[in-house]
Design a protein around this ligand. Sequence first.
Ligand code: BES
Ligand code: MN
Ligand code: ZN
Length: 487
Amino acid sequence: MPIQVLPVDTAPTETSCDALVAGAFSAGEGFTLSDTASAIDSQLDGYLSEYLQETNFKAKRGQLVILPTMKKTSPRAIAVVGLGPRDELDDRTIRRAAGAAARRLSERSEIASSLHELRQSGAAAAAEGFILGSYRYWELKSEPSPWKLERVLMPGATASDIERGIAIGEAVCLARDLINEPASTLTPDALARRAREVAGAGGFDCEVLDEKTLRDRNFGGVIGVAKGSEAPPRFITLHYKPAGAKGKVALVGKGVTFDSGGLSLKDAKSMETMKTDMAGAAAVIATVSAAARLKVPIEVLAFIPAVENLPSGRSIKPGDVIHHYNKKTVEVMNTDAEGRLILADALAVASENKPDAIVDAATLTGSIMVALGRDITGMFANDESLATELEGAAKAAGEDLWRMPLYENYNKELESEVADLKNVGIRWGGAIIAALFLQNFVADGIPWAHLDIAGAARAESDSDEGPKGGTGIVARTLLCWLEDRAR
Ligand code: BES
Ligand code: MN
Ligand code: ZN
């Protein structure tokens, strides 16, 4: 369960709690305290600033010093967190500072924070940071969690100030939970059931197509990839339709609950984290749930093909030809390039609904990690304004995204002797070739963007914004994008 973030009426310095979080800014070689930190400093007769000087505190971003106040103030301890230079303060810094504080103060049950006082939009950013920073996946440990943090009080904030931060934070935690759950329990059917629950709680529609229906309706890519597994595929459609919607967009999320590679089997090392291969689906489910909770006035259709990619006597084989939903045929040269095969059907279905724009999120290629590293999402877009919108949304959300080219010359890599296309080309430029493949299934004239999150979907180490494991990346970007379009 995510922690609670609550507004309270008391002044920060008068709020009784296990610790009060207050900011400080770097200034030259030293630091300056925020008003709240400085008020606590006075209550402690200047001992706080003296202590900070003594411990060489420079107020660098994320630097954090905790000092017990020995019953001299209402908060039982003061936690001063560095925010860098005052004139560079942004939401991202507040979010990270809150996350860092949540992690360092995790053994106290009730803390208060004054970080929201420093900036207009600070309350939402701080709430989001506290929720993200205190996230842990503890479901499968036999010992109870040593993390005790239950509540963060925000003196002087209002419920509506923090509502958005809570909605986003909790949606990202939902995505992380889905990603971190092992593939043996989070099967395609389990993912569909979870999506249905989320839709029920959020008051939007969820429709799930089963294997027989998928076969009858020619979802050749979904059926083909799922063939090798005992777990039947599902195709999940979420539909959020608010009154007075300003336009209609479609989201598509790759939902491979486990990617062994199929007959083009991965090696053991590459398979270790392949339960993450449904992170696009998780981000999309999280986005729709947050949009519904915040009543964002835009209609959203979300399409999630969910399959497990395994080798068996029934698996799809290299050389097999798939008949996709939009009648195009694809020769499967490598069964490990499975994401694009299921997304092909989903993009065709999305196109059929004539949305104003389509955005897909997918852990699609190892190649994007070679190009951009672990942190950055690769974006491909067939439309300049959609690309600009997404760049702006990512910046506002505090997620890193970089545009990549849909370089047409590489289409020749996808020519097949027997079918309309083949599913892989040469290794070089693999993320671009994958994006070009997807473009074949988006109807002409629809602005479309593809987010390759293979790197950013999973963190290899802990950070201020969360632990090693599923990150929930692009849920925040997509939500910001929906909000911008609804304006
Ligand atoms: N799910 C993988 C991509 C991936 C790799 C995600 C590493 C996260 C970390 C995808 O299905 C895949 O296997 N792609 C292949 C494509 C290749 C066969 C053309 C790849 O990137 O190696
Ligand atoms: Mn694969
Ligand atoms: Zn995959």
